[in-house]
Design a protein around this ligand. Structure first.
Ligand code: DP6
Length: 326
């Protein structure tokens, strides 16, 4: 390994309390705090090599040169890191994820968490977890939550210094499983970055943000006490409040497909029957069904029997972003 190369892996995360809307778009200071769980088994692996011989940055994603928009986003992010490290060198970034191709699960969280870890290490910067989380946030808000391990809270803060994520419980704390019902392989119509900038056009966003401290407190406590009933109720409510904001933005964003709603209704029924499970959806139609590990096989087989569900992936609580041999 040359002195200016490093490789890191990071997991995506699923938010139980969502990040939607920024008070500072440039620095990605969010409108509200959020809570998530890293997803073990799914990961992005990224190698970064800085060199005085490169004239521009280069980005290879899953074995192919990335499109210009993705390269621009990465280059802009590397500019922040070059600023911290006081270097003008360009970099070659090679990134791969192990999510099955065509699941619509490509995650900017895992990508920018792994890139932050690898790029800063390649330049010899020694950073605390908190500093790394702040840097990852500049690339993609939710990436700051993929730096620490297990169950993670992102405190919204008001500026670059106080907006970062930290672990509230290790991965071993609670044996939850995210059973991800993949219903679409298509790309998102409107990506999250554009979506965040529409949040304030919804008359419901102020109410969502004002009530966020209550939902954060309930979910944090439910996680710490491993109390599934409250957890399930608030996680579902938080997902639906975010989608209500999305659907009432200008222009409106509808991420749910008919099968997404069908799954949500079935999950509610299953819970009423006594199976500990609840649903949450990000900016897409796939449904994350969070279950206790004892009921994950039953939940997975029920999800698989719903027409329109293409695949069900399972992920347990995951570890932190980490440097690996490259
Ligand atoms: C719906 O972190 O992907 O998944 O900062 O623009 O990269 P950018 O947005 P991103 O937004 C995530 C939105 C969400 C909710 C969440 O993960 O909290």
């Amino acid at each position: 390994m040359s002195a200016f190369k490093a490789t890191a892996i990071a997991h995506p995360n699923i938010a139980f309390i969502k990040y939607w809307g920024n008070r500072d778009e440039n620095l990605r200071i969010p409108a509200n705090g959020s809570i998530s769980m890293n997803l073990a088994g799914l990961f992005t692996r990224t190698s970064v090599t800085f060199s005085p011989e490169l004239n521009t940055d280069a980005l290879v994603l899953n074995g192919k040169p990335a499109d210009p928009a993705a390269l621009r986003r990465v280059s802009r992010f590397l500019d922040f890191i070059r600023g911290f490290a006081k270097t003008g060198w360009h970099a070659e970034v090679v990134s791969e994820n192990n999510f099955p191709i065509g699941t619509g699960l490509a995650s900017s969280a895992a990508a920018f968490a792994a890139l932050s870890q690898a790029a800063t290490a390649a330049l010899g910067l020694t950073l605390t977890e908190q500093e790394l989380s702040r840097i990852a946030r500049l690339g993609s808000g939710s990436a700051c939550r993929s730096i620490p391990e297990g169950f993670v809270e992102w405190q919204a803060g008001t500026c670059h210094e106080d907006s970062f994520a930290f672990s509230i419980a290790p991965a071993t704390h609670w044996d939850l499983v995210d059973c991800i019902a993949v219903v679409s392989s298509g790309h998102k119509s409107t990506g999250s970055t554009e979506g965040h900038s529409l949040a304030n056009t919804s008359p419901l966003q102020p109410a969502r943000v004002a009530d966020a401290p209550r939902r954060l407190e309930k979910v944090r406590r439910a996680i710490l006490e491993r109390e599934f009933a409250t957890f399930a109720e608030v996680v579902e409510q938080d997902s639906t409040i975010m989608h209500a904001v999305m659907m009432t933005s200008t222009p409106p964003l509808f991420y749910w497909q008919p099968v997404s709603l069908e799954i949500m209704q079935k999950v509610s029924q299953w819970r009423a029957e006594g199976i500990p499970c609840c649903y949450t959806l990000d900016a897409g139609p796939n449904v994350h069904v969070i279950s206790m590990s004892s009921s994950a096989p039953e939940v997975t087989s029920r999800l698989n029997s719903i027409p329109g569900v293409k695949q069900v992936l399972q992920a347990t609580p995951g570890g932190p972003a980490q440097l690996v041999e490259g």
